[in-house]
Design a protein around this ligand. Sequence first.
Ligand code: F6R
Length: 254
Amino acid sequence: MTLQRSRPRLMILDDPGAVDRRVAELIADLIREKPECVLGLATGGTPVGAYRELVGMHQQQSLDFSRLTTFNLDEYVGLSGDHPQSYRYFMQHHLFDHVNVQPSRTHVPNGRARDIDREAREYEKKIDSAGGIDLQLLGIGSNGHIAFNEPGSPIESRTRTVELTAETIEDNARFFETADEVPGTAITMGIGTILESKRIVLMATGDAKADAVRTAVEDDPDPINPASLLQLHSNVTFVLDRAAAGGLSTSGSR
Ligand code: F6R
């Protein structure tokens, strides 16, 4: 892990569709270059379009997922993989069921593990045994969280259970019937785990993310803004639409 501060590369595109396509291309380029690559994947509203693009590339251009391995960032504690709001279900629905990835090579933390701390330790070991993550895809919370590393998460944190903030529960309530149904606890890769990925691609769209993006790129790295800690990695790309980039004082490449 490089702890020198460096500026994330910025790709600012016209609209969310262009962000989806660019992110899918970055992932597809890696799959073509290194068919046995290890992908770190995210859930939430933001990556849905990029996964749709990747499914299209598999169907129309035979993009081959058969040799790669995936690790998802996080899962709600208490939800089983067949719960429609679980992140395992999300990944099956949006990507895994539509491409030729080997099911045994897809990893999402088990939110129903009897010993959740052990599950977290074993998740780390599995990432290590796979050779580490080549490309980690991230979204960003409106409070600057990455994965479920909420403000205050230590830079050296590893996969573990965390309590979700009221803000995150409220943000994610849109996927549930009511906010009361959103689990308050999750298992998540840590900041330290994420920073060990060889490359990081953070995608963000819409003006609700503009403040979090500005803080992540322009403020000093500080655990109070978890995404700002990405400045301590030397290969980070933010792929943004104009709205999400709206708070930045500098512009990026297109
Ligand atoms: C999801 C995850 C979260 C989301 C973030 C943004 O696996 O780790 O950090 O990336 O909450 O969510 P959306 O994309 O729904 O705005």
